[in-house]
Ligand binder design. Structure first.
Ligand SMILES: [Zn+2]
Length: 637
């Protein structure tokens, strides 16, 4: 009953601080925020200062909601919104969430619904007394986004209850005086894949990432170590997902299957992409007859428990932990996770996968944090020989190889991860083709890429400045280019393989399942064709074997027959497009990080890379470094 007394104290404090005519009818936890339901919300909307003042006093975020009795009827609300918004806003749907009093406005140009400095939005709020939530109608239809929005609307009542329970847990009173912070490596240390980090304080416990090792063929190293004593699912306060690659979130739904009922924090694009990839993972595994660690209903449950955060938004996620996400520059929505523990007790940041350089798609990773004692950093390219060609060089090389292959009557196969490299390459190929630097041939896009690209067009505000400028001010969206042809059935696939020179971009990126494997099998025997690897190939994948020089490859056809494929096509690796930092970029990042951390922990790299990077940083910068193995626990404070 302790939490009730916390809430009632909070209520008293809030009500005392408000003018009486605000008529508060309900005060409730809503995840990390406090929702105030008012019969006269106009006063609070007009004088935001009062709310700011209270938020500061209680050190919590406040959201103003209207009491159901004062909301304008739905039909009138729709009419009013259409009146207030310019036609060019392209409103495609207006729907309502009665449980929390939100009107959801979907528009092609959400900026015009919001208006300059938020003026239109303010007018809407004040005249309809529903809280507007404005979302983009993407120019490329994303079935995933439609499905997610539908599910969240349908389950709104359930979600409200979930958020209330989460809020109660976050704000529970704590009497323990002990103070410590420790980290346990559950996966992805001295290896790439199954990333999972457990952070425990005297008061709470948080899991950062919970991935699956996609390259693993044995069951022994495919999942993180969730079965050890230190990890207790009932005590877990929060799960944070750094970004949408499966090796960082593939096992998150599993937690729900085994009783976790708490929140997931990540950016909105991460939530959308992560759900897409988890469902696809289940689909592919099922088709291949593999054991499924969880089902679709667990994925849905994970979505209902996800609390999306924007970069820079400081959020209470446990009684003694505040989370802030910062841009990591790796893929859409990818984040550096910053935790502020205790009241000034300790600060740590985890880079996740990060890119400390500008790419076509994204801005470079953020380097500035309010405070920082320990930095946990990825080491994918952490060895001294891991240099990368410059992007300009890489683009030139790509164009040359493509032109040479096409002029030689061959086909170019580029296996790509659906999220990240695929979109980076689409942008480059579109520009080069438009400028006549790559010969114009069809660019076939197969697998999950289109759906992932559609999600990119749903969240353009997360893209690089140049790309936003192009999309918003020059009205040119490279993702919508006519050069790209979506492949949506297998019959088309054989036409492409038999047909004229072309470029094929297909998933998976490491040739471990998905359409890219089928293209490879059929294109490999012809020396006129070219295979281009543009992303990191994890140990154990077919991609890695080909990179190592394997040229006779047994491959399964139709589930039972195995044929030997002789690889005669050209094989080229171009890692200059990588979404990871090169060794030099990692070092530049560490030099730039402000404030300078006291300790650096390396992870997400092969054994030798994690240890080598840790010792180089120590020598170069004279900071304490560690390269723990999985299952090690380090006391940070
Ligand atoms: Zn990644």
């Amino acid at each position: 009953m302790l939490i009730e007394s916390v809430l009632s104290d909070l209520k008293d404090l809030i009500i005392q601080s408000l003018p009486e005519n605000v008529h508060i009818t309900q005060i409730e936890f809503e995840g990390p925020e406090i929702a105030l339901y008012s019969k006269n919300p106009k006063i609070l909307l007009e004088s935001r200062e009062i709310v700011k003042e209270i938020a500061k006093k209680i050190r919590k975020r406040i959201v103003i909601r209207s009491d159901p009795s004062v909301r304008l009827p739905q039909e009138e609300t729709k009419k009013k919104i259409m009146e207030l918004c310019p036609e060019e806003a392209g409103i495609t749907s207006i729907s309502f969430d009665e449980n929390v009093g939100e009107v959801i406005i979907e528009a092609k140009k959400p900026g015009l619904v919001i208006g300059r400095g938020g003026i239109t939005l303010k007018q809407i709020t004040e005249s309809v007394l529903w809280r507007p939530s404005v979302v983009r109608t993407p120019p490329l239809t994303s079935n995933m986004v439609l499905k997610l929005r539908h599910a969240l609307k349908q389950e709104s009542e359930k979600r409200k209850k979930i958020l209330k329970t989460i809020g109660m847990r976050i704000h529970r009173p704590i009497f323990l005086k002990d103070e410590y912070v420790r980290l346990t490596a559950l996966g992805g240390f001295r290896e790439v894949g199954r990333s999972a980090i457990l952070i425990q304080t005297a008061k709470s416990s948080v899991l950062i990432d919970c991935g699956i090792n996609v390259g693993s063929s044995s069951s022994s190293n495919i999942y993180p170590y969730l079965n050890i004593n230190e990890f207790n699912i009932e005590e877990l306060d929060a799960v944070i997902v750094s970004h949408a690659h499966l090796d960082h979130h593939g096992m998150v739904p599993f937690l729900y299957k085994y009783g976790y009922e708490g929140p997931i924090y990540c950016t909105k694009p991460t939530r959308n992409l992560m759900t897409l990839l988890q469902l696809d993972y289940l689909d592919v595994s099922e088709r291949e007859g593999k054991l499924l660690p969880y089902g679709q209903k667990d994925v849905k449950n994970a979505v209902l428990h996800t609390i999306p955060l924007d970069f820079g938004e400081v959020t209470d996620i446990a009684p003694d932990i505040r989370l802030t996400l910062h841009n990591a520059g790796h893929i859409l929505g990818s984040s550096i996770v910053h935790l502020h523990i205790g009241d000034g007790l300790y600060n740590l940041a985890y880079t996740g996968d990060f890119k400390y350089a500008k790419t076509r798609l994204l801005e470079p990773a953020a380097t500035s944090f309010p405070r920082l004692e320990t930095l946990i950093i990825e080491s994918t390219y952490g060895a001294p020989k891991d240099s990368m060609p410059s992007r300009r060089e890489s683009e030139k090389q790509l164009a040359n190889v493509i032109n040479k292959t096409i002029r030689n009557n061959g086909k170019v196969l580029i296996p790509v991860l659906a999220v990240g490299r695929a979109q980076e390459l689409l942008i480059i190929i579109e520009e080069y083709m438009r400028r006549g630097l790559i010969d114009e041939v069809p660019v076939y896009i197969d697998g999950l890429i289109s759906e992932a690209t559609a999600i990119h067009t749903t969240h353009p505000e997360y893209l690089s400045r140049d790309l936003r400028e192009m999309i918003f001010h020059q009205g040119m969206n490279p993702f919508l280019s006519e050069f790209f042809v979506q492949v949506d059935n297998t019959a088309v696939r054989s036409d492409i393989i038999e047909g004229d020179p072309c470029i094929i971009m297909a998933t998976s990126g490491m040739l471990n399942g998905g359409p890219s494997v089928e293209y490879f099998r059929q294109l490999a025997p012809d020396p006129q064709n070219t295979l281009i690897f543009v992303s990191y190939q994890v140990e154990g994948t077919l991609g890695r074997q080909i990179q190592k020089g394997w040229r006779d490859i047994p491959m399964r056809v139709n589930h039972n027959r195995t044929v030997a494929v002789h690889v005669k096509m050209q094989v080229i690796t171009n890692e200059g497009f990588s979404g990871h930092s090169s060794r030099q970029q990692i070092i530049n990042f560490i030099r730039k990080v402000d404030p300078k951390p006291e300790r650096i922990i390396t992870c997400h790299g092969e054994n030798a890379k994690c240890t080598n990077l840790a010792s180089s940083i120590h020598k170069m910068l004279r900071i304490e470094t560690r390269a723990p193995q999985n299952l090690e626990t380090i006391r940070l404070k």
